[in-house]
Design a protein around this ligand. Sequence first.
Ligand SMILES: Cc1cc2nc3c(=O)[nH]c(=O)nc-3n(C[C@H](O)[C@H](O)[C@H](O)COP(=O)(O)OP(=O)(O)OC[C@H]3O[C@@H](n4cnc5c(N)ncnc54)[C@H](O)[C@@H]3O)c2cc1C
Ligand SMILES: NC(=O)c1ccc[n+]([C@@H]2O[C@H](COP(=O)([O-])OP(=O)(O)OC[C@H]3O[C@@H](n4cnc5c(N)ncnc54)[C@H](O)[C@@H]3O)[C@@H](O)[C@H]2O)c1
Length: 585
Amino acid sequence: MAASMAATQQRLALGAKQATFGPAVAPRSAKANASAKRFNGLVAEAMSSCIPVVSSSRRTAAARAPLPARSSVVAQATADGKFDYDLVIIGCGVGGHGAALHAVECGLKVAVIEGHDIGGTCVNRGCVPSKALLAASGRVREMRDKAHLSAMGVQVGAVSFDRAGVAAHAKDLASNIQGNLKRSLESIGVDILTGQAKFVGPQKVRYGLPGRVDIGGEVTARDIIIATGSVPFVPPGIPIDGKTVFTSDHALKLEWLPNWIAIIGSGYIGLEFSDVYTALGTEVTFIEAVDNLMPGFDREIARLAQRLLINGRPIDYHTGVIASKVTPGVPGVKPVVIELTDFKTKEKVDEIEVDAVLVATGRAPYTNGLNLPAIGSATDRRGFVPVNEKMQVLDTAGKVVPHVYCIGDANGKYMLAHAASAQGISAVENICGRPHVVNHLSVPAACFTHPEVSFVGVTQERAEELAKEQGFKLGVSKTSFKGNSKALAEKEGDGMAKMLYRKDTGEILGVHIIGLHAADLIHEASNAIATGQRVQDIKFCVHAHPTLSEVLDELFKGAHVEGPAAAGNGAAKAAAAPKAAVAAA
Ligand SMILES: Cc1cc2nc3c(=O)[nH]c(=O)nc-3n(C[C@H](O)[C@H](O)[C@H](O)COP(=O)(O)OP(=O)(O)OC[C@H]3O[C@@H](n4cnc5c(N)ncnc54)[C@H](O)[C@@H]3O)c2cc1C
Ligand SMILES: NC(=O)c1ccc[n+]([C@@H]2O[C@H](COP(=O)([O-])OP(=O)(O)OC[C@H]3O[C@@H](n4cnc5c(N)ncnc54)[C@H](O)[C@@H]3O)[C@@H](O)[C@H]2O)c1
């Protein structure tokens, strides 16, 4: 599984390289982009329109911007002549894309049906453009940090940036990567069908675009994967005007930089945008329903994150409150008014005025319109498609619907891009008759702030509960970036890593990192969990010096397993290695 995932990623990287050096490079200037749009309907509509948001009271059924692209494809039947395709994937975000690549590798005849833009949220309105904004604004922050630079003997003059240039970087990157994804599918013979798809019966899907008789059709497939993703969730009482009150969909366009922005929600999106905004000179006020900021993170890591990412920056916060009513303003003329209500008592506690509001309160599945009753299924009350651990869709009685799978944000298991892709690969494995289950506890997560925060597995709070429930002794090992030569050379000693493990078996339960390049560092831990490596084994692995990865090396070496498991295989393997090397020589 890890190998096929890596292979998929390699193909993605290859696609990117081809686009960079090959003839199909997307133009970078705004003018050139404009002309490219005329030829690439997929890109054009994606970039110029906003997707619907889900309000808690009403699901916006408004059609996504129409995608004038390919009309219906006349498919040649599968080998047995029974179906048009072996596999049809509804939705071509990163989940659908990953599944399609793996399915072709497994010899299946595949079509994807995409209703809006290839690449979905991640490429067009998520991971990719947000990381471009973080990269550019992070550079501004770094170059303006005179104290940090002068401590290394470096002086810089005034540092300026061009907002439109930063925005163009994000837009161009998304457009490039969207093109790469599309080409990577076309090059291996995946049919890309355009339109919103819905079930019209078992193993049969109809797709099309409102008002476009030239686009659409009906296809049959032996297996179908639903990969329709998610859209921003907006709580009641918050009207989105896209100008002064907006979601990440609008914020990523960086159309203006308010002097003061309130960010509702201090999760991934809130934190990453606070990093972008404060680096570019905007003051931030967090409004968080829970009593502490970053409630989804391990408490100790969240406290340090608060010190590093919040306290030293122009950020204040209100916790334990919700924005019960928001009245949009007019940019530069009239402020936005936010009524704050105590989350527990429901009493109005305050009113604040800001220039803009970013709503970052989670995401809702985009699953309406799929017509699940046609296959005997229905979404749960939050709109997620119910699945079992093999990603097979369940019917209203909880039984497996044959030949239908759901992956990614639409099933709500873990709303991350790489989780969607891993689930897609897993579903294809199951379709091919090789039973497979994704271990979500080995799926890493990262927040790309400066410094980054990353983790895999459970928090310390959850690990303590597990230790009590299951009667084992919990081990906690910690290291600091302050003792790491590479981090100190970079004058980036702020940060820590923490590992939670079972003292009796050495099983790794969770690893949390905050510090320079934490998002890259976490993979040694996530791979260890995925492959069942234990502390007593991994502590014998050798890390290059001086590297940040030694933060993890120390973390593993600092762990102590007790009892019979303590010796592990590591010592034995380490002792055997020289003999093996001699034998090989
Ligand atoms: C601002 C932001 C930043 C993010 N950053 C990261 C990050 O750094 N790392 C990370 O791992 N995750 C990140 N995420 C989350 C990540 O984007 C999602 O988890 C991921 O995109 C989910 O992939 P998916 O394939 O399930 O769905 P999506 O990417 O949402 O794709 C679903 C696709 O299905 C299409 N579709 C929907 N209904 C139909 C239909 N009926 N017929 C045909 N097509 C349909 C949609 O148009 C869409 O293209 C971020 C999200 C946001 C909003
Ligand atoms: N780096 C990444 O991997 C990355 C980056 C961005 C987004 N994402 C994904 O996108 C999804 C959405 O991100 P997000 O930050 O919107 O959601 P989130 O679930 O990470 O955080 C939402 C926050 O909003 C708070 N909240 C909810 N309702 C509220 C209300 N009415 N008033 C005040 N606070 C409220 C919650 O307590 C929580 O802290 C996440 O599931 C995440 O997986 C990932």
